[in-house]
Design a protein around this ligand. Structure first.
Ligand SMILES: NC(=O)c1ccc[n+]([C@@H]2O[C@H](COP(=O)([O-])OP(=O)(O)OC[C@H]3O[C@@H](n4cnc5c(N)ncnc54)[C@H](O)[C@@H]3O)[C@@H](O)[C@H]2O)c1
Length: 267
């Protein structure tokens, strides 16, 4: 298994699906990768920490190569990312949009038959108005090295870091659809999950950031009335990655306690 993003969501999913196999834990912050690998190894898993940067193709390729020295790649869990309060527009686009696209592309070239992948998108991507068929296709299919040249992703067309994040997460779901066709030719599946507010260090940065009150209000008002946990995201990931999800690929699953429903339809 390749796990990118040694955070709470990534670890929760890896613990459901990574038993009995080597888990390569990649993170830009080696201390995070080591902490998660250590926690998992003390719980009976076989995890190896690796420093990597999702923003660069060479780093992604090196991670895949490292994983292949151990064996075939059966599972991908991509839970690396930066949030609107953590990074600049440029970094959000490089990591969350471009890096995710490259990772799905490169793992899709080598994934084992009957393998499966999950990438973590966000409810944020569901708040953006429809972008139209032409833009959807461009986000889904533009060759990865040209993605950041698209008009819709140019600085004059992006209001702020939240808008950049929403575009990145919308793009994730479109790439997953296009990649599902390619992964399918290898007998493998790829899906995305769009979580709502899940308590993790990333979400805590949002609570303490400029949009803190907005986020706290969001979960207080949603049908669930609370933020979610990484384990609740892992419940869905387990279904999607296991053989019980064999008929599900190229799909996105909103796991947000109903926050998106409230956003659109709470009159
Ligand atoms: N927590 C939430 O409320 C929430 C909601 C929706 C979506 N998400 C998404 O879930 C994913 C996981 O986030 P989390 O909440 O578990 O956060 P987290 O902070 O627990 O973990 C994220 C990890 O990604 C790593 N990372 C950041 N940039 C990287 C890079 N360039 N290369 C490699 N690793 C990098 C961080 O070092 C960190 O360890 C992210 O994509 C995030 O956008 C989170």
């Amino acid at each position: 298994m390749i796990l990118t993003g040694a955070g709470q969501i990534g670890m929760a999913i890896a613990r459901r699906m990574g038993y009995g196999m080597k888990i390569i834990v990649g993170d830009r912050r080696m201390e995070n990768a080591m902490l998660v690998a250590n926690t998992m190894n003390q719980a009976g898993f076989d995890a190896m920490p690796v420093e990597m940067d999702l923003a660069t193709r060479s780093s992604i390729l090196a991670l895949i190569e490292k994983a292949q020295t151990v064996g075939d790649i059966k599972y991908l869990v991509n839970a690396a990312g930066v949030s609107p309060s953590q990074a600049s527009i440029e970094t959000i686009l490089k990591v969350d949009l471009y890096g995710t696209a490259v990772l799905l592309e490169e793992v899709g070239k080598v994934i084992k038959p009957e393998g499966a992948g999950i990438t973590i998108s966000s409810q944020s991507g569901h708040r953006l108005p429809a972008l139209g068929e032409k833009t959807n296709r461009l986000l889904a299919c533009t060759p990865t090295e040209k993605l950041l040249d698209l008009d819709v992703l140019q600085p004059q067309n992006i209001r702020d870091t939240l808008h950049a994040y929403q575009l990145a997460k919308r793009c994730n779901t479109k790439r997953v659809m296009a990649e599902a066709v390619k992964w399918g030719k290898r007998g493998a599946r790829i899906n995305s999950i769009s979580p709502g507010i899940i308590v993790t260090p990333l979400a805590l940065d949002e609570f303490n950031g400029p949009r803190g009150d907005f986020y706290k209000n969001m979960f207080a008002k949603c049908p669930a009335g609370r933020p979610g946990t990484a384990d609740e995201v892992a419940n869905v990931a387990e279904l999607l990655m296991s053989s019980r999800g064999a008929f599900i690929t190229g799909a996105d699953f909103l796991v947000d306690g109903g926050a998106t429903a409230t956003y659109f339809y709470d009159d």
